[in-house]
Design a protein around this ligand. Structure first.
Ligand code: SD4
Length: 290
């Protein structure tokens, strides 16, 4: 019952990201090019304070970015704790294509990016600096669900040739400790896919996702026969069971199988995602536990 091509992406900013991805997919482009181009739109939007340029800084006032990309052939690349580079997803793709490695972090990742021709620039906008200064008044680190400090963009696409790819990019949890890395750049946590099965990606509090190898587990459940939506639900339930209280904990997954069937599930209501297929681009509220 699935259709292709199709692209799905987290949150309302998934809409403009999908628009861009669809431009490529609808012309027979590859899912890998589509997801990279799609999430770049959000990385480069200074108004989105949870991804790329304009992202909220860490508790020391430094913006650091995490991203990864993966395709149907289990090729993958990742960067984490990367400073002063606007489009980490494209650096992750370069890691995948131009190095023998999968993951580069921090200064090494930045040096590689510069060698590859990426420009260093200040990513802290006035707006995010003001938010940081306000936060400093109390300087309390407390993740708050479904508000702007938890809006990673994760995207999954299936192209007209049936090839899957995914991308995930974020400025991470606002006011995090300097050096903290979430789930988003970790293959298997924030993003995972297997061309024989499908893909999954996450948004929400990264620590909770890493703990259960979230996206990898969603894909494995699909391999064993679960639908994308049921697989997302099973892993959200697993996360919920491992936390004494989920009142302040939000995690959501999206999944897409190799036939183009998709599903999602979140702990709390408020998580939405965008789906672009032959019927157009639609923003959908995820099913949730609470
Ligand atoms: C993180 N997972 O760094 C990211 C944040 C996020 O939606 O997903 N926001 O923990």
């Amino acid at each position: 019952t699935g259709t292709k091509p199709i692209v799905i992406a987290t949150w309302a900013h998934g809409m403009p990201a999908n628009e861009k991805a669809w431009e490529l997919l609808s012309q027979g482009g590859s899912s890998l090019d589509a997801v990279e181009a799609g999430v770049r739109v959000v990385e480069s939007d200074p108004e989105v304070q949870t991804v790329g340029l304009g992202g909220f800084p860490d508790r020391d006032g430094v913006v650091s970015l995490d991203a990864c990309i993966m395709d149907y052939d289990s090729r993958c690349g990742s960067v984490a704790f990367l400073e002063e580079i606007e489009n980490p997803i494209s650096v992750a793709r370069k890691v995948m294509e131009e190095t023998p490695h999968i993951m580069l972090v921090g200064e090494g990742a930045q040096r590689f990016a510069v060698e590859q021709g990426f420009e260093r620039k200040n990513l802290l906008t006035e707006k995010s600096k003001e938010a940081y200064e306000k936060w400093l008044e109390t300087a309390e680190y407390k993740p708050v669900i479904n508000i702007e400090n938890h809006d990673t963009i994760s995207m999954l696409a299936l192209d007209s040739q049936g090839r899957l790819a995914g991308a995930c990019t974020t400025s991470g949890a606002a006011w995090k400790m300097h050096g903290r890395i979430g789930d988003s750049p970790i293959i298997g946590a924030g993003l995972f896919l297997d061309g024989e099965v499908g893909g999954a990606c996450a948004t929400g509090l990264g620590e909770a996702v890493i703990r259960v190898a979230g996206s990898a587990m969603v894909v494995e459940l699909m391999r064993n026969g679960m639908s994308p939506g049921d697989a997302c639900k099973a892993i959200v339930e697993r996360i919920a069971a491992k936390h004494p209280s989920v009142a302040d904990l939000q995690v959501g997954f999206l999944a897409l199988d190799k036939y183009g069937n998709y599903g999602s599930y979140a702990i709390h209501k408020g998580f939405n995602f965008a789906v672009y297929n032959n019927n157009g681009n639609t923003l959908i509220d995820a099913v949730s536990k609470y």
